[in-house]
Design a protein around this ligand. Structure first.
Ligand SMILES: Nc1ncnc2c1ncn2[C@@H]1O[C@H](COP(=O)(O)OP(=O)(O)OP(=O)(O)O)[C@@H](O)[C@H]1O
Ligand SMILES: [Mg+2]
Length: 292
């Protein structure tokens, strides 16, 4: 799904009091942006910079105070086609708050109700969604979502959105509180859906290494304005930007920059520890051959 923002500003309107109405701050300021179909876009910025507000505009939970948000060229707000927002899957910052049913199965299947599908198709789709987040169907289907661990709850919430086969998937800090295997599994799933279904993915993250590893584009938000928009490698090795956010350059970029200065990185701008070790080993080998 392609998304276009034109002149989008947003203010949380305060409830009018009888007298002296205080001026509410502008949380998002004149945003112009195009997100192309199939992007894996990370959004980063300090707490309170407007990340969650921005995401909620894309799902229609909030409407812009000024400007427009187009989904595949159509403004669901003004075209009176709010059903377009149904193609947007949204995983909340605290997805466990999304759970409500008495069993994991019912929770995941809930969104399929309106489609009135035969029981066996519903079961197939729930099974597939659970497999995709690595929840064993037989083990979890009859359990109460409220008696699961935080990470398990999160995976149930993600399955409940994935099962609807959205065209845009939005995740607000999806990896907060997840252990490493769950984080790895989540990104495997996201890459899989991104590649195979052309799903556009937007997620908020405070983990710079995660952004370097997985994002095709980074938006850095500061006080409601995007102050960087582009390749994560370029943004996260820019000392001015790092300073502005109090961020440390991700290790994959530091390593490739240092090897690059020695003429060793072979043009690779982000290196895993294994890749860096292989480059150093090859250079040492070369050195030994020359020395002999
Ligand atoms: N419902 C609301 N009513 C009024 N102001 C709000 C509301 N929700 C958020 N805000 C304010 O809007 C600004 C942006 O909030 P937002 O939740 O979008 O930030 P964020 O970047 O997601 O932060 P975090 O990293 O802490 O989740 C903050 O100043 C916040 O206090
Ligand atoms: Mg937030």
């Amino acid at each position: 799904m392609q998304i276009q923002l034109s002149g989008v500003s947003f203010i949380y309107e305060k409830k009018k009091k009888k007298k002296a109405a205080t001026l509410a701050p502008t949380v998002l300021k004149q945003l112009n942006l195009t997100i192309h179909s199939g992007e894996m876009l990370a959004v980063a910025g300090k707490s309170g910079s407007g990340k969650s507000t921005f995401l909620q505009l894309l799902k229609g939970f909030l409407s812009p105070t000024t400007g427009s948000v187009l989904l595949d060229g159509v403004d669901p707000n003004t075209s009176k086609r709010p059903e377009l927002f149904d193609q947007v899957g949204f995983i909340f910052q605290y997805p466990e708050h999304q759970l409500f049913a008495t069993t994991v199965f019912d929770d995941i299947a809930f969104g399929l109700q309106s489609a009135k599908l035969p029981g066996e198709i519903v079961e197939q789709r729930v099974r597939k969604a659970m497999e995709s987040v690595e929840l064993d169907y037989e083990v979890f289907k009859d359990r109460s979502p409220f008696e699961l661990s935080g990470g398990e709850k999160r995976r149930v919430a993600i399955a409940g959105v994935v099962v609807l086969e959205p065209k845009l998937l939005i995740l607000d800090e999806p990896t907060a509180g997840l252990d490493l295997p769950s984080r790895t599994a989540l990104f495997e799933l996201l890459h899989h859906m991104n590649k195979n279904q052309g799903l556009t993915i937007i997620w908020v993250s405070h983990q710079l290494d995660e952004i370097v590893s997985h994002a095709s584009r980074l938006l850095a938000l500061q006080n409601g304005v995007f102050i960087a928009d582009g390749s994560p490698e370029a943004a996260l090795s820019d000392p001015v930007l790092l300073e502005a956010f109090g961020w440390e350059e991700p290790s994959a970029l530091v390593v490739s920059r240092l090897l690059g200065q020695l003429g060793l990185s072979a043009g690779n701008t982000k290196l895993s520890p294994e890749e860096a070790a292989a480059i150093i080993a090859a250079a040492l080998n070369q050195h030994e051959i020359i020395a002999k």
